[in-house]
Design a protein around this ligand. Structure first.
Ligand code: ATP
Ligand code: MG
Length: 258
């Protein structure tokens, strides 16, 4: 079961935004996704409660009688949202199960310095050092009119870390999350530029997710006719029963087929 963690010890760098979007994209591909909130703020759990049951389902953790977090039975993909400030044992615990780590980074020097310290700690962990878990950086809230993307690319190159691309600053993210949605739940003609920015990130994750992102749309192409894409049969029960789920399984990371 692939586990993707979104990590950056800098608060407000876009972890929850990235984790919710990744979970929603996976759900839309027909995966049975769990979005686990390691964050005490429980931001993504709150977002899940706002999510309409008519949208592709995303499960939260279940909690057993001993207060242990478990992945519900049938889940095929796990996305973990983590809190700002995470380090030491807490960080190592999250990484122990992860196959890929995404680091959203805003472009200021403070954001870069904080992310560099976080990346150094991560790269020293055996799971990353041995290559069992890979790590990539994404520029977050980037204004295309500035050199922010280039600055971040150069910074990531200097650290020898894959730079997967940038997500622009737009209220579409904020408004979508407000209503329990993501840009993947919007009509693609309204958010095509943003969907295209996700393509290289999803492509980089493909060996882990085993799911192929769509190719970016040519800029001058006419708006595609909306089609209904049938989803693969879900292994998960309906979202409501997952929120109150009673069927539990122990969360044990398994090696991935590459
Ligand atoms: N691409 C974007 N465009 C505009 N606003 C964004 C974008 N990404 C994130 N935001 C906004 O930035 C703020 C911080 O984002 P988010 O909550 O995802 O960060 P976080 O790293 O999870 O924060 P914390 O460390 O507090 O958990 C939020 O208000 C969010 O709506
Ligand atoms: Mg958060």
């Amino acid at each position: 079961m692939p586990v993707i963690a979104v990590i950056n010890r800098k608060g407000g760098s876009g972890k929850s935004t990235m984790a919710t979007h990744l979970a929603a994209w996976l759900a839309r591909q027909g995966a049975a996704v769990m979005l686990g909130d390691v964050d005490r703020q429980q931001s993504t759990r709150t977002w899940l409660k706002r999510r309409s049951p008519t949208l592709p389902a995303i499960a939260p953790w279940t909690i057993d009688q001993k207060n242990v977090l478990k992945v519900p039975v049938g889940v095929t993909h796990v996305v973990l949202d983590t809190p700002g400030g995470i380090h030491g044992f807490e960080l190592a615990k999250v990484v122990m199960s992860a196959h890929a780590i995404l680091i959203p980074v805003c472009h200021s020097v403070f954001d870069r310095e904080s992310a560099a310290a976080c990346i150094a700690e991560l790269m020293a962990l055996p799971r990353l050092a041995s290559g069992r878990c890979k790590l990539g950086v994404v520029g977050m809230r980037i204004d295309a009119r500035t050199r922010a993307a280039e600055t971040l690319q150069e910074w990531a190159d200097g650290l020898n870390i894959p730079f997967l691309g940038v997500l622009r600053e737009t209220q579409i993210y904020v408004r979508s999350l407000d209503s329990g949605q993501t840009i993947f739940d919007q009509r693609s003609t309204l958010v095509q530029a943003d969907l295209d920015q996700w393509e290289p990130i999803l492509q980089w994750l493909q060996p882990v997710t085993q799911l192929q992102p769509p190719a970016p749309q040519p800029v001058a192409a006419p708006a595609p006719t909306p089609v209904h894409t049938p989803r693969a049969p879900s292994l998960m029960p309906a979202q409501e029963s997952l929120v109150h789920g009673s069927r539990l399984s122990v969360f044990a990371p398994a090696p991935l087929r590459q």
